[in-house]
Design a protein around this ligand. Structure first.
Ligand code: GTP
Ligand code: MG
Length: 297
């Protein structure tokens, strides 16, 4: 009888996946180039034949070419890592939060490099916008400031996934939490530098204080997948209070439609004007993507 072993994919190297079995043993198993397996996938291996088990959650994004990429499976938390340098592109944090909520993951914001001069400005900006919307961790992978609070949070048996543009310090943070890992980190970031990816493969690691964390290659685009323009407001950070209210039209996109619950809250100041403006810009992008998709069919 063939022996079946259950494990989890801890890294994907194109034509092979690295599997950690329940016994603690590890094995590389060959897979087809576009097998569709991702880090976090539960698998059963029998005689080098790999079967993927159903996913509990799935994190996807749309890249700059418009293609959908599944980036992780069976996750609980999406940690959006930002830094004063390099700064997050416009809409990045909001798109990440919308994606996390759409995929039933808990979003958290990690503001790294708080040791850098001038970082207070970014911290003040982001805490003003996102306090009450998600947990915010202000920290430095270099000095260790704020690390204990993040470790405590991640240690709740969560499987967490860090995203953020290249150079914000995702691998440095994981190294600070697990000093034995020694992941490769990039050169010191300088303003205006091209910012090539240092991390090229997503890898899953067990943390000493409990929980697991996936380090990922930085990506600049966090295009939304499976979120329709009508659904966007329901996931949009800062619009939580509007969701109890009802718009006149069920497919209201909250632009200029009459009797719109979101517009009323913007008028009364319960939704910040800046939040509403950002929502409209992301809605524009989503509608443009929808139009492109329709014209291709
Ligand atoms: N001052 C300061 N520098 C940091 C901190 N964290 C990381 N860095 C530096 O930022 C640069 C990039 O760090 P990485 O950890 O490689 O960044 P990354 O997000 O993993 O980048 P990719 O793998 O390319 O996506 C390195 O030179 C780090 O030393 C921090 O808290 N403070
Ligand atoms: Mg890295």
């Amino acid at each position: 009888m063939k022996i079946k072993k259950k494990g989890v994919i801890v890294a994907h190297h194109g034509v092979a996946v690295d599997i950690l079995f329940e016994s603690g043993e590890r094995q590389m198993v060959q897979v087809k180039k576009r097998s569709g397996h991702v880090v976090g996938d539960d698998v059963v291996v029998s005689d080098k034949l790999l079967t993927r088990l159903p996913r509990r959650t799935e994190l996807c994004r749309r890249d700059s070419r418009g293609s959908i990429r599944i980036v992780g499976a069976n996750l609980d938390v999406l940690g959006v890592v930002v830094a004063p340098l390099p700064r997050p592109p416009f809409g990045y944090i909001d798109q990440a939060i919308v994606t996390a909520r759409g995929a039933a993951l808990i979003p958290v914001l990690v503001i790294n490099k708080c040791d850098l001069e001038g970082s207070e400005i970014l911290v003040a900006e982001l805490t003003a916008t996102y306090t009450g919307i998600m947990d915010i961790f202000v920290m430095s992978a270099v000095t260790g400031e704020g690390l204990a609070a993040l470790e405590l949070f991640l240690g709740q048996e969560f499987r967490s996934f860090f995203v953020g543009i290249t150079g914000v310090g995702k691998s440095s943070l994981l190294n600070a939490i697990c000093p034995t890992l020694d992941l490769r980190v990039g050169e010191l970031y300088e303003a205006g530098s091209r910012g090539c990816n240092t991390t090229t493969v997503s890898t899953l690691h067990a943390l000493p204080g409990g929980g697991e964390l996936v380090d990922t290659p930085g990506f600049n685009e966090f295009g939304l997948v499976d979120i329709s323009p009508e659904d966007l407001a329901g996931y949009f950070p800062g619009f939580e209070s509007a969701m109890a209210g009802r718009c006149r039209f069920r497919d209201c996109r909250h632009r200029t439609e009459p009797e719109c619950a979101v517009a009323k809250l913007v008028m009364s100041g319960k939704i910040a004007k800046e939040r509403y403006t950002t929502y409209l810009e992301i809605l524009d992008q989503l509608e443009a993507g929808e139009a492109r998709f329709k014209s291709r069919r």
